[in-house]
Design a protein around this ligand. Structure first.
Ligand code: MLT
Length: 428
């Protein structure tokens, strides 16, 4: 007998089907709730509401499990590359060598952006935040590839837009940095792989050859892999909602970039380093700031701790912390911020105040320290998050389209004024 949920409203009993996922998560299917009862549900922030069924990413917040298409994030971070993981997320299977070579070669072929994009760049003030430029230029790709707006895209056309987006985001991201610094833009090099090419475009100078460090390339791959998808987070839900209106992939991802920019979402990694730098400027006494974080009358809060879905630890943070140690050691960098971070982490993992509130380091806590060690400025941290999250956004947008999901249009409970007549301005 299939499981169902019984709801009793106004003395009448209603039954709704229960669905169960492959990992035995269960949900009450309320698709017919309003038609049958006149009631809707309400769940601010959707903390208990599933927006879709998805086969892309599974996470278990209680057990600290994160898998992309069934593969544990720990194995992918150690053994895979970002482009291989991107292929896995977007197409659902690990590629053969031939498939990966074709995917990588296609991306390499499309890394250039139209020269008219540079004219748009020139219109931004040099102090513009890179995320503002990134979301604008990704949406602008719709102007350069107008066929991408069609809701009846062929598989070939969707695949071409996927390749273009995967190829051009690193170029545009590196250009936002160069534009910010007032430096000459670097054009992509077809002889370099994805991460090395990005580093080259970011840090090469006409007057100074940038030596690509394999430790840094490995770290970038690992960081991008760890950020590649995270089921229905805020920015991914934004991409799916915008895409559900048959908006183009570029327009949907541009909306996701703006959601990710929010300091409560992808902007948190920038907030973490700014917090560590503030503690350092104040003399580095972490116990003072731990006391401030515990004082409910003090506005100071620890950034990079706790998570909406992970209840005990963020599996990504464990991997990134190890990578931070490796990168700083390999580069011979002794960053005082890392010491401050480790002291804060130690407090969060031992002090009952933080343990009871499940405030442990999340994915944003250590990523900024690695980016900083590589030479990536704080304002570019969320751009790095977007670079990593791109294949996840693409995969989720594609899944939503392939499953022909309806346009997203949530309901509400109205709490405003009751019916009343208009009054002419002279009578107000
Ligand atoms: C993410 O990876 O998107 C963040 O951890 C936020 C989330 O999943 O809600």
């Amino acid at each position: 007998m299939a499981e169902s949920a019984e709801i009793i409203l106004d003395g009448k009993s209603y039954s709704f089907p229960v669905i169960e996922g492959t990992e035995h998560e269960k949900a009450i299917d309320i698709a017919k709730l309003r038609d049958q009862t006149g009631y809707i549900t309400i769940d601010s922030g959707y903390k208990n509401t599933g927006a879709t069924k998805s086969a892309i990413t599974f996470l278990d917040g209680e057990e600290g499990i994160l898998r992309y298409r069934g593969y544990p994030i720990e194995q992918l971070a150690e053994q895979s590359s970002f482009l291989e993981v991107a292929y896995l997320l977007i197409y659902g299977t690990l590629p053969t060598q031939a498939e990966l070579d074709e995917f990588s070669n296609q991306i390499t072929k499309h890394t250039l952006v139209h020269e008219d994009v540079r004219k748009i760049f020139d219109g931004f003030p040099s102090a513009a935040h890179p995320m503002a430029i990134l979301s604008s230029l990704i949406c602008a790709l719709t102007a350069f590839y107008p066929e991408s707006v069609s809701p009846d895209l062929s598989k070939e056309n969707i695949d071409l837009n996927v390749i273009r987006l995967m190829a051009k985001l690193p170029t545009i991201a590196a250009w936002t940095y160069k534009n910010n610094m007032g430096h000459p833009l670097n054009y992509p090099r077809n002889d370099l792989d994805y991460a090395a090419n990005f580093l080259y475009m970011m840090f090469s100078f006409p007057t100074e050859k940038y030596e690509i460090n394999p430790v840094v390339v490995r770290a970038i791959n690992k960081l991008l892999i760890l950020h590649a998808d995270h089921e229905q987070n805020c920015s991914t839900s934004t991409v799916r909602l915008v895409g559900s209106a048959n908006a183009s992939l570029y327009g949907s991802v541009s909306a996701g970039i703006n959601a990710l920019w929010g300091p409560l979402h992808g902007g948190a990694n920038q907030e973490v380093v700014e917090m560590l730098e503030a503690i350092q400027r104040d003399g580095g006494d972490t116990s003072k700031f731990i006391a401030k974080a515990k004082d409910k009358n003090d506005p100071f809060r620890l950034m990079g701790f706790g998570h909406r879905v992970y209840k005990n630890f963020d599996p990504r943070a464990k991997i990134i912390k190890k990578a931070a140690d490796e990168v700083l050691t390999a580069l011979g960098i002794s960053d005082p911020l890392l010491k401050i971070a480790q002291e804060l982490e130690q407090a969060a993992l031992t002090d009952p105040y933080f343990v009871e509130r499940k405030l442990y380091p999340n994915v944003d806590f250590y990523s900024g320290i690695i980016y900083k060690a590589i030479g990536i400025p704080t304002e570019m941290f969320t751009v790095m998050f977007a670079l990593g999250r791109l294949p996840g956004w693409i995969a989720q947008w594609k899944e939503m389209r392939e499953n022909k999901e309806p346009i997203g249009r949530p309901r509400q409970v109205y709490t405003g004024e009751l019916d009343r007549d208009y009054t002419p301005i002279e009578q107000r």
